[in-house]
Write a protein that binds this ligand. Structure first.
Ligand code: PLP
Length: 416
């Protein structure tokens, strides 16, 4: 984004504000979907709502027939309000309440179960509705370097594993049927070998289900996990990393599952649930310099910004790249702080950028995944979100919070 665009953005929408590159985001989604389907026609991409639950943005992705991946009743309700049919919702997560589970069962959502108590609740609901609920099992896989506290353990020997016991319970139940397998090996993963290993573990368990119970699955869901562009804090000089190629990723996963999938009679659906890799690279947070504190105690000069860790909470984990849209040639090294009175409200340290003055704009980019979802209104209200397209147009996706929009939260008995 050049200096003119940024000036226009601040003039029309204020600061701080989140900006989403709509064209970049939808192109990445489309290319993910196309690549997955070229490899295996029965592939679906479900969009991870928690990663960026901006309704106007999700609607744009649903125009490309994205499924919704949700992990709570609020997210399930949001998908329904956006017009997504229950049967195009993938329902994950460890805490699904009975009311929403009933809606999901009756509507034919893909329900991936996290633990045994949840399975028993689903069985009870299905029995009371006199129907058979198709469920998936989330597997906790022994993927290298990764431990997942979610799902059923597949520790060897496989036939004595927790996942095998649960599969038997589901197969024996009159009100349940075994529909699929799910797993999520981590997040911000760059090592494709981990995804190959995930695919291989899922294939092994799927073959086990076929040979022991005669079950052929309706879906295999490999979750999300693919990386974005921001380096982890402390790993290097905050140069953005390359965005992983979706073709390489899909080939890694599909390659490991190909034999199983092609030997099934009923063409199971292969599901992907990308989040960070779709949203992360195409979001930025625009903030304005409020003041510059001179260097002291051998530290760099500190730039006080009008957005801080409450707007970009993941800045404690990632070195989001900084872009200063300025033609000034003199460079300076700064630390960047937020506007709150918390000591830890620090966005970035030791970044060299064109010399700054009060009122200058700064873009932290690569912030489109999880930050908007995790932002909070501690001390300040949450910023609005603006969409930016390839024709250079801006539009509100969500307006900023204001005293009026938040007054119900301020005081229950508020009167004018
Ligand atoms: C079940 C599930 N699906 C999808 C995602 C999205 O993951 P990511 O943002 O790493 O792609 C997550 C994230 O934790 C998840 O738990």
């Amino acid at each position: 984004m050049d200096e003119e665009s940024v000036t226009r953005l601040v003039r029309e929408f204020g600061s701080p504000v989140y900006v989403i590159d709509i064209t970049g985001l939808t192109d990445r989604f489309e290319s993910f979907q196309r690549t997955a389907r070229q490899l295996y026609a029965n592939s679906e991409v479900a969009i991870s709502y928690k990663t960026n639950p901006t309704a106007a943005l999700l609607l744009k992705l649903h125009q490309f027939s994205a499924f919704a991946e949700v992990v709570s009743k609020p997210e399930f309700d949001l998908a329904r309000r956006l017009g997504v049919a229950e049967c195009e919702i993938v329902f994950n997560g460890p805490a699904k309440n009975d009311g929403v589970l009933r809606d999901a069962i009756l509507g034919g959502s893909q329900i991936n179960c996290d633990h045994f108590d949840e399975i028993k609740r689903i069985e009870k609901i299905a029995t009371s509705e006199n129907l058979v609920a198709k469920v998936g099992l989330r597997l906790s896989l022994p993927t290298k370097g990764h431990f997942s506290r979610f799902g059923f353990s597949t520790d060897e020997p496989l036939d004595r594993s927790e996942a095998a016991m649960i599969a038997r319970y589901v197969v024996d139940s009159k009100s349940l049927s075994l529909g699929g397998l799910h797993s999520q090996i981590g997040t911000n993963v760059r090592d494709l070998d981990l995804f190959r290993h995930q695919g291989a573990c899922l294939a092994t368990f799927a073959e086990f289900l076929k040979s022991v119970f005669g079950v052929e699955l309706s879906w295999i869901n490999v979750g999300g996990g693919l990386a974005s562009i921001a380096p982890a804090v402390g790993t290097d000089d905050a140069t953005p990393l390359e965005l992983p190629d979706v073709g390489d990723y899909c080939k890694a996963v599909y390659g490991a599952l190909k034999n199983y999938l092609s030997n099934c009679k009923n063409d199971p659906v292969l599901f992907f649930e990308p989040g960070r890799t779709i949203f992360g690279p195409f979001g930025a947070t625009l903030t304005t310099v409020l003041g510059i504190r001179p260097s002291a105690h051998n530290r760099n000069a500190a730039v006080i910004c009008d957005a801080g860790v409450t707007a970009i909470p993941l800045s404690s984990q990632f070195d989001f790249p900084v872009h200063v849209p300025s033609r000034k040639s003199m460079m300076e090294t700064y630390d960047f702080c937020g506007p709150t009175c918390m000591q830890r409200d620090q966005l970035a340290n030791s970044r060299t950028v064109p010399k700054l003055e009060v009122g200058d704009s700064i873009l932290f980019y690569g912030t489109g995944g999880y930050n908007i979802a995790l932002a909070n209104s501690f001390i300040n209200y949450r910023p609005g979100i603006v969409g930016w397209d390839s024709a250079g147009r801006f539009e509100w996706l969500r307006k900023p919070e204001t005293f009026d929009s938040m007054k119900d939260l301020h005081m229950a008995d508020f009167t004018e």
